[in-house]
Design a protein around this ligand. Structure first.
Ligand code: GUN
Ligand code: ZN
Length: 433
């Protein structure tokens, strides 16, 4: 049956934020426009503008009023490990010990589809109540972890990206694949899931220390066969890790070259953390148009260091924002924006709330090469939206009441808000509940 999507339009009224361009170039306020309302038709954003105009255009539309709310594109979390949901906030370790003590034992459970599905469902419940509508996730080495993730996402009509994590050394034996099985299983999952509904596959070597050269090459070859796929990994997160990579791969100039030498550097690459980069690595990442993903709650929680956001933006690198669940200490992109602000302050940079919101929406969408589909309130974009209540707690309300402009009113929600600030979430035009 042919259904006309305009038959059942709806209008959402509030402070609707739409970005015109990046707020990191020029005055941040010039990068956004605030509209009275947005009209949805079917699964997409149909029009943005004055409420009266949209009502005139769609006289049959139901109007949903969110008076004290900011209506924004849903948050996009561009680096997560959904299998680490149940071990978030585990005490007392730094990266390499944290992986061995907490992460690997938990990831070993994901060969069981029903456990993987239970955690995937729990994970999506948690992120959706926090206003996150798209994530880019690592799985575990088990194909079951990816089938469970995509099936859970598909049932909720979510736009997501994920891939099987590949490791063939320096990990427990029950968490190792091989160069060949990593290639074969990744390819099979890719062929099953890439571009199916709202799912896309991401080739995912965990990081250089847990892959042999042979495995990195096999995954580089797979990427060359499917260059439109994303490739995600980790880069220069902690000093000990960088020193370990230098020892494991003495033939390369730096960490980034361990990826490039195996075909794992390219414009569709996402490199998580990227805190302790050499100048050569920064320049090369910029040259190829790769994306970096800033994971601020993880960087403070595991004690990794201060991501030099401002320098990297000035260099012209594409940057997404992410929780890094469960190295990160929160499922909330509000908390993640607050941590990015705090890390900026420690380096003498005050990131504007408009810039924080941009990183959590378009920044991450563009890191995932989805900037023509999600991450902004723009005609034709997929209708994944969030209504942020700007007075969700007494503490926030009393501060935002004093505000002299909208962005001053939004900032307390960024700094102090949590899932109580999420007044509504729309997935492909429908309420999530
Ligand atoms: N580096 C390699 N694996 C991981 C992981 O699971 N989490 C974080 N934060 N860093 C990593
Ligand atoms: Zn990670």
């Amino acid at each position: 049956m042919n259904i006309d999507p305009l038959q059942n339009p709806k209008i959402i009224a509030g402070h609707v934020v739409s970005f015109r361009h990046s707020p990191f170039h020029g005055e941040p306020k010039a990068a956004v426009k605030i509209h009275e309302a947005v009209a949805l038709a079917g699964t997409r954003i149909h029009a943005i503008g004055a409420l009266a105009d949209l009502q005139r255009e769609f006289p049959a539309a139901r109007v949903e009023h969110y008076q004290n709310c900011l209506i924004t594109a849903g948050f996009v979390d561009s680096h997560v490990h959904y299998p680490q949901t149940a071990i978030i906030a585990s005490w007392g370790k730094r990266l390499l010990d944290w992986l061995n003590s907490y992460t690997f034992p938990e990831e070993a459970r994901f060969g069981d589809y029903s456990y993987a599905r239970e955690i995937a469902e729990r994970y999506f419940d948690l992120v959706l109540t926090n206003g996150t509508t798209t994530v880019c996730s690592f799985g575990t080495i088990h194909p079951e972890s990816i089938n469970a993730f995509f099936e859970a996402a598909q049932a909720r009509n979510l736009r997501v990206a994920a891939g099987k994590t590949c490791m063939d050394r320096n990990a427990p034996h029950n968490l190792r694949d091989t160069a060949q099985t990593a290639y074969d299983e990744s390819k099979k999952l890719l062929e099953a899931w890439h571009n199916l509904d709202r799912c896309s596959y991401v080739i995912s070597p965990r990081f250089s220390p847990t892959s042999t050269s042979e495995q990195l090459s096999a995954l580089g070859a797979l990427w060359a066969e499917f260059p439109d796929c994303l490739m995600q990994t980790h880069l220069a997160e902690q000093h000990d890790e960088v020193a370990w990579v230098n020892k494991l791969f003495p033939e390369y100039r730096d960490y980034l070259e361990t990826y490039e030498a195996h075909g794992l550097l390219g414009p569709n690459g996402l490199y998580g953390h990227a805190i302790h980069l050499e100048a050569r690595e920064r320049d090369r990442l910029k040259e190829v148009g790769a994306a970096l993903v800033h994971c601020p709650t993880s960087n403070t929680f595991i004690g990794s260091g201060l991501f030099p956001l401002s320098d990297l933006v000035q260099l012209g690198l594409r940057i997404g924002l992410a929780t890094d669940t469960g190295g990160g200490s929160s499922f909330s992109m509000l908390r993640t924006m607050a941590a990015a602000y705090e890390i900026g302050q420690l380096q003498g940079v005050a990131i504007h709330p408009i810039q924080l919101l941009w990183l959590a929406t378009i920044g991450s969408a563009s890191a995932m090469r989805l900037e023509d589909k999600i991450g902004n309130i723009q005609e034709g974009f997929e209708a994944d939206l969030v209504a942020l209540d700007l007075a969700s707690t007494g503490a926030i309300e009393q501060r935002s009441k004093r505000a002299e402009n909208l962005w001053e009113a939004v900032f307390p929600t960024i700094m102090m808000g949590d899932d109580r600030a999420i007044a509504q979430v729309w997935i492909a035009g429908e309420h999530y509940s």
